[in-house]
Design a protein around this ligand. Structure first.
Ligand code: PLP
Length: 453
């Protein structure tokens, strides 16, 4: 292929370089994070960093080619609400890193969970979800999807059989977080995925809190969703989300289970999404999410934010290792503290929760979220937060910086005391998201704040 040099370079003004597609394949996340997908360099300029294609629209190739693009019979970009080359690099890299077949990046984690469900469920349908969910997802399922006529049956994730018991012929998906806080008990992915596969019901896992260190697709989950706002970005600059399709779920095995994919879509020439996808060798679930939900609901990721998440992916394996190492040191420190009632961290769990942590976490990893309970209860929790100097007090997780929050007086303050307890939030409970600072500095900040609590 040829690329044009800038005018200052006299000779040669055209050079031959190898084709732009990466051919080297690795199974190591460190390598995939930098090289995954087909992008090697920009074919126009030779730029190695992924360009930000800051454009709303793309020049169409003649009318015949345009017909094929609009009919989804040929791959290509039309309009950034539906796809964009910067977004495409991020999607390919993330899909490869997750061990999936294809991905769709969207404007937030909330958009990712909403799309993941709306892609399968219609009014009158239901989903079965673990009750331990991020509050925003809980509200989406319990209120907003309900108002659309989609019922969520919340079950206790500790009992995989509860998913089966809640299933009927209108159940379209199972949903859970791999590492839900505040309890931080790893979800039984393989057990519930196997039940789902018997019924033709895909398991969708929100893996936001544990990218790379829990691998839901390897345990039978059909789809993974992320708030990329958290660890995948890591920089705390951008809101984004993604859906990764395993490409291995047998959507047609049970012919009546997934009508959104197997029944003709009047808004797409009366074809089914299974048929449309087969024409161009795409995966039907992720193709429909892009072609229907981005078209109609439009929660597109901006090229600028897609670029930010590509930067985040590059250091994700390295950062996760350090987050985990720091978290173990902080958790061990808290465990031995006289003013700490208990520490909630997978390393210290026992029974079934411990067995699941061992089964699903990458060996030696426990995530970087820690809950702990101060002996002084609610007031001690407040004083502790106010005394922190290094930890930021904010409602987020997965940042490079360490973060702390006292849920009883912030994120969960609208809930009654009983409801707070039901979700695992006790009055003195504090949640930490351990960042990348030196662990001695983190422990020094905690030491001083606990002394003042
Ligand atoms: N899923 C989990 C586990 C989260 O913690 C969050 C946000 O805190 C979300 C989804 C929603 O993501 P976003 O804030 O990017 O919309």
């Amino acid at each position: 292929m040829t690329i044009h040099q800038s005018p200052e370079v006299a000779e040669p003004d055209i050079i031959d370089v190898p084709a732009g597609n990466a051919t080297f394949k690795s199974r190591h996340p460190e390598t995939i994070a930098l090289h995954g997908g087909s992008f090697r360099f920009d074919p126009t300029t030779g730029a190695v960093a992924v360009p930000i294609y800051q454009t709303s629209s793309f020049q169409l190739p003649g009318t015949e080619g345009a017909d094929k693009l609009f009919a989804l019979e040929a791959p290509g970009h039309l309009y950034t609400r539906v796809s964009n080359p910067t977004q495409d690099v991020f999607e390919q890299r993330l899909a490869e890193l997750e061990g999936g077949a294809a991905a769709l990046a969207v404007s937030s984690g909330q958009a990712a969970s909403a799309f993941a469900i709306l892609n399968l469920a219609r009014a009158g349908d239901n989903i079965v979800s673990a009750a331990g969910l991020y509050g925003g997802t809980w509200a989406l399922f319990a209120a907003t999807l309900k108002s659309f006529g989609i019922e969520t049956r919340f079950v206790d994730a500790a009992d995989p059989e509860a998913f089966e018991k809640a299933t009927d012929e209108r159940t379209r998906a199972y949903y859970a977080e791999s590492l839900p806080n505040p309890k931080l008990e790893v979800f039984p992915i393989a057990e519930v995925a196997a039940i789902g596969r018997r019924h033709g019901v895909p398991l969708i896992i929100d893996n936001t809190a544990a990218p790379l260190i829990i691998r839901p697709l390897e345990h039978g989950a059909a789809v993974v969703v992320y708030s990329t706002t958290k660890y995948i970005g890591g920089h705390g600059t951008s809101i984004g989300g993604a859906i990764v399709d395993s490409g291995s779920f047998p959507w047609t095995e049970n012919p009546t289970r997934q009508p959104n994919l197997t029944e003709p879509d009047a808004s797409y020439q009366g074809k089914t999404w299974i048929d449309k996808a087969s024409v161009i060798g795409f995966h039907p679930y992720i193709l429909r999410a892009r072609a229907v939900l981005l078209r109609d609901i439009g929660a597109a990721i901006s090229p600028q934010n897609a670029f930010q998440f590509i930067q985040g992916l590059e250091t994700l394996p390295l950062r996760l290792r350090q987050h985990n190492e720091n978290a173990v040191k902080v958790a061990d420190y808290l465990k031995g503290h006289a003013k700490v009632e208990r520490v909630i961290f997978p390393k210290f769990q026992d029974g079934t929760a411990r067995a699941r942590a061992e089964k699903y976490f990458k060996p030696g990893h426990f995530g970087a979220l820690i809950g702990f309970e101060l002996k002084g209860g609610r007031e001690a929790g407040r004083r502790f937060i106010d005394a922190l100097q290094l930890f930021y007090h904010l409602a987020n997780i997965g940042d490079a910086r360490s973060l702390a929050i006292h849920p009883a007086t912030t994120t969960h303050s609208q809930l009654s005391q009983d409801d707070q307890l039901a979700t695992g939030v006790t009055p003195g409970y504090v949640r930490l998201s351990i960042g990348l600072e030196h662990p001695e500095d983190l422990i020094a900040d905690l030491e001083r704040a606990i002394a003042l609590a």
